[in-house]
Ligand binder design. Structure first.
Ligand code: 9Z3
Length: 345
C-alpha cells in the first residue's frame, strides 16, 4: 500500500494539504493472486447467512438454466471500524446505476441477480422509495380508502406491471450486502453458483467497492473510545485485494465480465479504464466520472475504438435514463460473446 501513497507528509495531515492525499495517477494495485485469495478469505470470515443465500442462488440458476442471467452489483460497500459496528466508512453510491440497469436487463429478457447494498435503490421501487416525495405523497384518500393519487396512476401502473411480471416469472433475485467483506464473500460464492450457465452468465459490476479496509484481526470488538490515543483517531487501512482477475480466470471462467471504472478527474479516466482492461483481461470496462455519470459513459474494450455513450440535452431534459442506451449496447456484446463461445444466442 505504501508504494501507492506519496512520500510521508512534511506537514501535519490536519492542514489538509492536497499533496498528502492518495495519488490517483499512479498505477493500480497489483491484481490478486491465489495466495492473496487464500489470505483474504481464510482470514476474513464469511457472513453467517452465506450458505442459505447461495442455496437460493443455485435454485434460481437452475430455474433459469436455459436463460441469460446477469449478476448486477449495486450500491456502496461499507468498511466497519468496529466489530460491534457503531462507525464505518461509506461512499456516495445510492445504487441508481445498478437498479436502473437491472430494469432494462429484465425488459430485455434477462433473469437478474441483484447483489445490492441493503436499503439502497431497488429495481422498480426506486421510482418511489428514495424520491424527494415521501411515498405517502403518491397516495390519496377517497371514501375512507387509500388510493394512488390520480396524477401518478398511469406511470405507477406501468411500473407495477413490470414489477409483477418480474416476480411472477421468478426473474429477479434480490440479495443484500452491507460490508466490503460480505460483498466479496458473496460475489465469489455467486460466481461459482453461476458457472453452469457458462457464457450465458453476465457480470455487471456497478457497485462502488471500497479500495481500503480494516482486516478482521485489526478490528476492535467494541466501540472505539474517544480518549484512546489522545484526540485523534488514526486509521490504518489495508488495500482491498483486487479480485477481478480471480473472477475472470477462476471464479467465473466462460462468463462475460463488465466492470465499471469511476474517477473524478477526467484527464485520467480513459487511461485508468484501459489499464483495468489490460490488467484483468475481461470483456468491457465502462468508465464514468462522478460528476457526469448520469449523462455519459465510455466503453473501453479489447480491439475496438473507445465508444462514448451520451444522452443528448433533449433526452436528459426528458428524463431518459442513460441505462436505456447502455443496456442495448451491452446486450449486443453479450450476444457476440455467447456466439464466439460456441453457444446459441
Ligand atoms: C460505478 O462506476 C457506478 O457507475 C457508480 C454509480 C458507482 C458511479 P450511482 O450508484 O453511481 O448510480 O450513484 N461503479 C464502479 C465503482 C468502482 O468501485 N469501481 C472500481 C474502481 O473504480 C473498480 S471495481 O476502481
Amino acid at each position: 500500500m505504501d508504494s501507492h501513497i506519496k512520500s510521508p507528509p512534511t506537514r501535519r495531515l490536519s492542514t489538509g494539504e492536497r499533496e498528502n492525499a492518495i495519488d490517483r495517477t499512479i498505477p493500480l494495485f497489483p491484481p490478486a493472486i491465489e495466495i492473496d485469495e487464500h489470505n483474504y478469505f481464510d482470514n476474513n470470515e464469511p457472513p453467517e447467512y452465506l450458505e442459505d443465500m447461495i442455496r437460493g442462488a443455485q435454485e434460481f440458476v437452475s430455474f433459469h438454466k436455459n436463460d441469460r442471467v446477469v449478476l448486477v452489483t449495486s450500491g456502496g460497500t461499507t468498511v466497519p471500524l468496529e466489530n460491534q459496528t457503531v462507525r464505518f466508512i461509506d461512499n456516495f453510491s445510492a445504487g441508481t446505476r445498478g437498479a436502473t440497469s437491472a430494469e432494462y436487463f429484465l425488459e430485455n429478457g434477462y433473469a437478474v441477480i441483484f447483489l445490492h447494498r441493503q436499503f439502497s435503490l431497488l429495481p422498480y421501487s426506486r421510482h418511489y422509495s428514495h424520491s424527494t416525495n415521501c411515498f405517502l405523497d403518491f397516495m390519496d384518500e377517497k371514501d375512507g380508502k387509500v388510493l394512488v393519487d390520480p396524477k401518478y396512476q398511469e406511470e405507477m401502473l406501468s411500473v407495477l406491471r413490470k414489477y409483477q411480471t418480474a416476480k411472477e416469472k421468478n426473474l429477479l433475485l434480490l440479495l443484500p450486502f452491507t460490508t466490503i467483506n460480505q460483498y466479496l464473500h458473496t460475489l465469489r460464492a455467486l460466481s461459482v453458483a453461476l458457472q453452469p450457465l457458462k457464457s450465458r452468465a453476465l457480470f455487471y459490476l456497478a457497485a462502488a467497492v471500497s479500495d481500503f479496509f480494516v482486516p478482521l484481526h485489526r478490528i476492535p470488538e467494541h466501540k472505539i473510545q474517544s480518549k484512546a490515543g489522545g484526540n485523534k483517531l488514526v486509521m490504518n487501512l489495508d488495500p482491498v485485494p483486487k479480485f477481478l482477475n480471480r473472477l475472470v480466470d477462476k471464479w467465473a471462467p466462460g462468463a462475460m465480465i463488465i466492470s465499471f471504472k469511476l474517477e473524478t478527474d477526467s484527464s485520467i479516466l480513459l487511461s485508468k479504464a484501459k489499464q483495468a482492461l489490460e490488467r484483468y483481461s475481461h470483456q468491457l470496462v465502462i468508465g464514468n466520472l462522478l460528476q457526469t455519470r448520469k449523462r455519459e459513459v465510455v466503453f473501453v474494450e479489447p480491439n475496438a475504438p473507445v465508444l462514448w455513450i451520451r444522452l443528448t440535452p433533449k433526452q436528459e431534459a426528458a428524463g431518459i435514463d442513460i441505462e436505456s442506451l447502455i443496456i442495448p449496447a451491452v446486450l449486443e456484446r453479450h450476444s457476440a460473446w455467447i456466439r464466439e463461445s460456441g453457444g446459441s444466442v
